[in-house]
Design a protein around this ligand. Sequence first.
Ligand code: SF4
Length: 893
Amino acid sequence: MGVPSAIEINAWLNEGGLVVTASERAARALTEAFHRARQAEGLSAWPAPNILDWMSFVRGAWEERTADGRLLLNPAQEQSLWEAIAGESRHMATLLAGPRHRLAAMAMEAHERLCAYAPRLLKNTARSSWQRDAAAFSAWLTAFDEACRAGNLLSPARLPLELIALLEDSSSPDERPPLLLAGFDRILPVQRSLFDAWGEWHEPDPGEPSRIHFEEASDAQAELAACALWCERQLAAQPRSRLLVVTQDATARRGEIERAFLKHTGSARLPLFEFSLGIPLSQVALARGAHLLLRWLSGPLAEHELDWLLSTGQAAADAEESMALASSMRALRRRGLERTHWFLAAFISQSPDKMLPDAWVNRMMEAKNHLAEFAHRSQSPLDWAELVPRLLEAAGWPGARPLSSAEFQAAHRWQQAVETAGSLGFDGRRIPWREFLSVLTRTLDEILFVPESHDAPIQITGPAESAGLTADAVWFLGANEDSWPASGPTHPLLPPEVQREAGMPHATPQLDWDLAQAITTRLRTVAPEVHFSFACQNEGLETRPSRLIAQLAGSPQPLPTDLATQPAAPPLTVASGDSSRIPFPPGKAEGGSSVLTYQSQCPFKAFATARLAARGWERAQAGLTASQRGQLLHAVLHAVWGGPPEGIRTLKELENLGDRSAFVAAHVHRALQAEIRPGLRARMPQRYLELEEQRLTRLVREWLDYEATRLDFKVIETEVDRTIQPAGLTLKLRLDRIDRLNDNSLLVIDYKTGQVSTKSWDPPRPDDVQLPLYASFALDPDEELGGLVFAKVRPGDRAFEGRVGDAKATLLANLSGNSNLVKNSLTAEQLIDWRKSIEQLARDFVAGRAEVDPREAPKTCERCGLQTLCRIQEHQAPIETGDDSDGEEENDE
Ligand code: SF4
């Protein structure tokens, strides 16, 4: 069925007719087109057009003809009724709330299909032969009917049937205005019956179909880019044109589509495109903020949720408060107090003194205490819904800043969602706060939010949602064999033969074909220019063109060259090369050796961490983090080699230990007691800490066994503080350990629990300068350097790795000639090279060199964590994030 033209609609309305559209969106589009036409005629005022969508039409007509006082259920109320009925059946799938809720949604949909396609099956007796799941649904339907009768309730799906009966009983059909239908791709059986009972109704002329252009692109990205470019060209040639982009993937590919259209049409103040499909309200910032705040008043938030809440300003009254909250969160993490989940009280009590604004603390505590007055008891969802705005107001949501138009609309939808959750009190139930919050969570997920249309010239919509829309040109994306006609499963709660017989969606391939054909035909009549396109490859798989479109348009043609090869899009921002450098003022740089390691890895990383105090965000863990484990190991080895009275200093003392295991176990026990703060300890199960203690004891014991195979040595110092000044840059270092070897030279040792390699020391851009820096600048110049080594203390992998002057003679006599320590000895040239390269890095840092220039992208960036600050991903292919660093370089300050 085509869409009536503006002239046709105007004439129809002038003669007292009524226009009924298939959807709310179509009614809105036709109403807007009607208003535009009146404005174009130069009118300043005119009566509102009589254009209604199907459900509003049915409901209005029913309400005019009945006054029986039944409550018309809203979707949330109806679903909760189905849920209660399904729950009583004790079916396996209904035992848990989540599956029960989904099953209730399916039952509700099955009921709607019966009402629309096969109302005769609403009678119990007509369903007596149904088996298995269909039989279970049939029993629920019987219970549903009884519940509606007993509670004086009515499902909206029954309204058309009720209205048909009322119309058929009525004796004055001539008083009804004739109907003109718009945007119905198919008329359902119940709709046809109702229109017939109504009296006079018309379908618009199908109109003359346009010729279809059918084009193929190499892949989905090229197809989307060609479509966006085509829209740009159309608007450049005809700025007042209205374009319709139809895609079945508008939800899944929303971000990708937005980027493509912004690239080609994004220079205007308002985007030149808009989506007709909304996003769940739970994903809209304002609603998400309110929901998290409510949850936080009575329970914990995951750390990433809390970080989002505080950093987006959703929990703050103004920008200053927002900054203070975000700083407080950062301070907690800097002190190692991160948690996987945060209760409000814990967050307030743990935050460093004076960091949280008093006004914020008072508001949040007032809201929390206010909720606590009620939270211990069950009450009606209506009462909870009334409490919500009071709680949010007490907490200061949504702050004092003025809301944008979209935020204002979101706040309005939020209030509607709260009222919907509250409407579940229709049956007199009383529920605890926690359950009300679950209902609200589901409601927010189910409500779609579409900001008010700004009448953008490009409308992006789905095939069914495009019903009723007209345009100057249409582009349909994704016309491949698998997607168009769109297929889908039959309904699992209705017998397949019933669905086939009634012609329900997806019951047969022919039905899918007929519907796709009807939509295609409609699209051909709504615009003089219509393009269908498909991608030859999708996610690496070959795809074939839609047979339906090929039948109408012939084989697809390659995209026109001017759409296939895209000229460089004009940049949205003007690049401004900033080559200025801000020298580092005299003084100490925070970060120790890592400052120069980062300067080598990526100058911006050094600048951001040492001068801006930027840090990557590591998720809090339920157990000890890699960094905490590394610190514990360092503490134990520091104590072991710290000398008398508790520790030892020499190989001889190590060999003379009576019970090495007991010696290590005592040190590990003391270290765990001293290093794990009471707050952290209280959050971890006792058994976990015992296992951690056993693991660390075993690891250190194995390491000491390995050290016992060394040639004679003496530990000179552990955890040694040094202040150095390479090229005038002051750095404070902490060396893990310095040994004196049997030839009187010094060995610098650094403990590592992760993977390490001496390749990382190689100039010109070393990946790690820590040990070369110690060796070059931190030792007494009168001492001879015998070597520098990583001590790899890893389960099953204990070894020294590094450069030693004569490793076989001074470190381990049993080394083979092939070992790296023997093959790659320490040389004077190496020391000179390292020194030069380190001094250059220090000069670069002091001079303010801060380019975003990763040493080996994307590998260097993968363990950095500053991507959101340097925005490297805007210039490069996506990078997987991850970090296996154990934070051992953070020994230095
Ligand atoms: S993410 Fe990469 S480019 Fe950005 S600062 Fe880190 S290393 Fe440099």
